[in-house]
Structure formats: C-alpha cells, structure tokens
Design a protein around this ligand. Structure first.
Ligand SMILES: [Zn+2]
Length: 125
C-alpha cells in the first residue's frame, strides 16, 4: 500500500477547507454545524475539491438548496459567487473587504438562518 498519496487523498476536503479558511461558515461566519457545499453541483461535474468547495452552516445550506436553488436560480448563482469572492478575499488578505463582509453581509445571512430556525420550530407537531 502506498501510504503517502492515499492518506492525502483520504483527508476530507471539508477539513482542508476548514484549515485554510478557518472553521466557519463562509456566509454567516458562524462556527457551528459547518457543512461542505459544492459551488458547482455534482450533477454538473462539480468535484469535491478545495476549489469547488464552500463551507456553509447546516440550516443555511438547507435553505440554499431547498428554497433558493429551486425557486430563484439567479440568487442561487449570486450566493455561489459570494462564496467564491469570500474565498478570494480571504486568500488575498483583503482585510477591509472581509471586515465589511462581516458587518454588512454576514448579518443578513444570520437573519435568514434565525428566521428558518424559528419557522421550523413553529411547524413542529
Ligand atoms: Zn450545497
């Protein structure tokens, strides 16, 4: 068995993303329930690789696919671009842009996530 290569390939891409971009959701910047999101979908040939990966909080991830992807393709595209831009700013150390993101963009996503949580609680039997 060739250890080196196989070990490296087995390392989860999500874990690699978390090491590179910190252990936080790239939309809400929250650090809980992080999931891996394919920026380009698997069904369209999007691979589970660093370049095609985004970290998205669990509830927001559900919202993204179950509501936005189904009903608003344009917004779905924009959110994916948001992830790409976030990664680019992070890689290039654009501190000011990241600060602006934290103040203006992330709170909007947090609002959506909280709204989803409250909505789901009401729907419990
Ligand atoms: Zn996804």
């Amino acid at each position: 068995m060739i250890k080196g290569g196989i070990m490296k390939r087995n390392k989860s891409v999500k874990k690699e993303l978390m090491e590179l971009y910190k252990n936080k959701c790239m939309l809400t910047l929250l650090e809980t329930k992080i999931t891996f999101h394919h920026i380009k979908k698997r069904q369209y040939g999007g691979k589970k690789i660093l370049e095609n990966g985004g970290l998205v909080e669990y509830r927001l991830h559900q919202w993204l696919h179950n509501e936005i992807e189904l009903h608003d393709r344009e917004l779905y595209q924009l959110i994916n671009e948001c992830l790409i831009l976030y990664k680019m700013c992070y890689e290039q150390g654009k501190e000011q842009l990241l600060e602006q993101y934290e103040k203006e963009v992330a709170p909007e996503y947090i609002k959506i996530k909280e709204k989803k949580e409250n909505g789901n609680n009401r729907n419990k039997y």
